[in-house]
Design a protein. Structure first.
Length: 162
């Protein structure tokens, strides 16, 4: 977990302040169809390392009653083939589902390119809702061969919704 917060102190303080402000605002003003989710897990398959994230869901805001989700992940440094620094990945996606299963597609941007993906690319997600508040999800980020590298990055996270 120590690798996750090896950013400069201003960056760590900024991330923590952002998360705290979101928690306060969403715990007071969230509507039933909108949620704030805190996530924790690990990058999987290539360059295993811890990750944490925040997702804001706008329920039924998309076309045909789908959801929009916006969020960011902090992915710790890793060494798979070579050293990769901490990454902040911002993502936006369209999500739909059936009963407890959901799938999403969208875009991501990250602050630095890595050996896995470029700075901008495509984002896929599958999710299983264990309960109304807890969900297990698999996210895949890839440049979809629009640039190199194109190995892709997979995150497995457990989320808690407010």
């Amino acid at each position: 977990m120590n690798r996750l917060f090896r950013n400069s102190k201003p960056a760590v303080y900024g991330i923590l302040a952002f998360v705290l402000v979101l928690l306060v605002l969403w715990s007071v003003h969230a509507r039933a169809d909108q949620a704030l989710t805190l996530e924790a897990g690990s990058a999987m398959i290539r360059g295993e390392t811890p990750t944490v994230g925040v997702t804001v869901n706008c329920g039924r805001c998309g076309p045909i009653n789908t959801d929009y989700e916006f969020g960011f992940d902090l992915i710790a440094e890793s060494t798979h083939y070579r050293y990769n620094p901490n990454v902040i990945q911002v993502r936006a996606q369209l999500v739909d589902g059936y009963k407890r299963f959901e799938a999403g597609i969208g875009f991501y941007y990250q602050n630095v390119p890595t050996e896995y993906v470029c700075q901008f690319g495509f984002h896929l997600m599958t999710r299983f809702r264990i309960s109304d508040r807890i969900a297990l999800q698999w996210r895949h980020s890839s440049s979809a061969a629009s640039c190199t590298p194109n190995a892709g990055r997979d995150l497995l996270t457990l989320g808690w919704s407010f």
